[in-house]
Ligand binder design. Structure first.
Ligand SMILES: C[S@@+](CC[C@H](N)C(=O)[O-])C[C@H]1O[C@@H](n2cnc3c(N)ncnc32)[C@H](O)[C@@H]1O
Length: 276
C-alpha cells in the first residue's frame, strides 16, 4: 500500500507533534515509521486519506485517544534498571541525607521520575532507598513516575521486567526483591505499587501543576529528543515544580548550563546535579 502521508504532510504532522509534545521528528530518520503508523491507523479507523486522519487528530479527539495512540507509537522508551548507576548512589548517599536534615521531618520528601518509561528508573531509586535504608526509616518518601506514553505506564504498573531490563542489578538484590517467572522478573509484592505512576505530558501545564512540588526531579534521556526551545520550557517547568533547595538530575548527555542559567550546578562525587 502506498503511504497516505506525503513528504509535505510529514512537515505538518511533525509540527503538530512538536507543538503538543516537544518531540522533534526529522524527515530522514522518522518519515518511514510515521508513514507506516498513519497507514495502519487509517486502516483501523476506515479512513482513506491523510487529510481525514489529520482532521480527526486535531478537531475530533475530545477525549484525547487519537493523540494518545500517536504518542504511544512514536516515543522511544529505551531504559533499564540501574542505568547511570552513580546518580542513584549520589541520590541516596548524599542528597537524601542532606534534604532530610533541611526539610521538616513530618513533611513527605517527594521525588519525581520524569520520564519514567516502563518504570525501571523510579524502581531503581526505590531499590537504592530501601537497600541504603537510613533515611527511609526516619521519614516518609514518595516516588512519582510520569510518562506521556500510556502503554509504558501500564507495563510499569504490572512490574514484569525482561532479562535485559534487569541485567545491571546485582544478583543478590535481584533475588531479594524479584520473583523469577517464565516471562521475566516480577517485582515482588513488597515493592510493587511503591511508585505512584501517572500518564502525563511534561508540556501540559495543568497536569504538571496537579502533580505538586518535589524535592528531587530525575529527567534523564528525554531532553535529547527536544529542540532548544522545548528544553528551555521543560527546564523552567522543573524549576517551578521544585521546592527551594531541590535538585534536578539529567542524563549523562544532557547539560542544564546549555539550556537555562537559573540552577546552581554542583559536582557531587563526579555527578553533575542542579540545585534550585
Ligand atoms: C528514553 S526514555 C527515558 C527513560 C528513563 N528516564 C531512562 O533514562 O532510562 C524517554 C521517555 O520520554 C518520554 N517522553 C517523551 N516526550 C514526553 C513528554 N512530552 N512528556 C512526558 N514524557 C515524554 C517517552 O515516552 C519515553 O518513555
Amino acid at each position: 500500500m502506498a503511504h497516505l502521508l506525503s513528504v509535505e504532510n510529514f512537515a505538518k504532522i511533525g509540527e503538530f507533534i512538536y507543538r503538543k509534545s516537544g518531540i522533534f521528528l526529522e524527515k530522514e530518520k522518522h518519515y518511514d515509521k510515521l508513514a507506516k503508523y498513519v497507514n495502519s491507523r487509517a486502516r483501523d479507523l476506515e479512513i482513506d486519506s491523510f487529510r481525514k486522519y489529520f482532521f480527526k487528530l486535531r478537531f475530533d479527539d475530545e477525549v484525547g485517544d487519537e493523540f494518545q495512540a500517536l504518542m504511544n507509537a512514536i516515543t522511544v522508551n529505551e531504559t533499564y534498571f540501574f542505568r547511570e548507576k552513580d546518580q542513584f548512589e549520589v541520590l541516596v548517599n548524599e542528597i537524601l541525607p542532606e534534604l532530610h536534615e533541611t526539610i521538616p521531618s513530618d513533611r513527605t520528601l517527594r521525588i519525581l521520575s520524569s520520564p519514567c518509561s516502563t518504570g525501571e528508573e523510579p524502581y531503581s531509586m526505590i531499590l537504592h532507598i530501601v537497600e541504603e535504608g537510613e533515611v527511609v526509616q526516619k521519614r516518609d518518601i514518595e516516588v512519582v513516575g510520569i510518562d506521556i506514553d500510556s502503554t509504558v505506564i501500564e507495563k510499569a504498573i504490572v512490574g514484569l521486567f525482561s532479562d535485559r531490563s534487569v541485567h545491571a542489578i546485582p544478583k543478590g538484590i535481584l533475588a531479594k526483591w524479584f520473583d523469577k517467572k517464565s516471562l521475566g522478573y516480577q517485582l515482588g509484592e513488597d515493592l510493587n505499587g511503591s511508585v505512584n505512576f501517572q500518564v502525563a505530558n511534561i508540556f501540559d501545564k495543568v497536569q504538571m501543576r496537579k502533580l505538586g512540588k518535589f524535592d528531587v526531579i530525575f529527567s534523564r534521556n528525554m531532553l535529547i529528543y527536544f529542540d532548544d526551545t522545548s528544553r528551555k520550557e521543560v527546564a523552567m517547568t522543573f524549576y517551578d515544580m521544585l521546592n527551594p533547595g531541590g535538585y534536578v538530575f539529567l542524563g549523562h548527555a544532557e547539560y542544564m548550563s546549555r539550556i537555562v542559567s537559573v540552577f546552581n550546578a554542583k559536582k557531587v562525587n563526579n555527578t553533575l546535579i542542579y540545585q534550585k
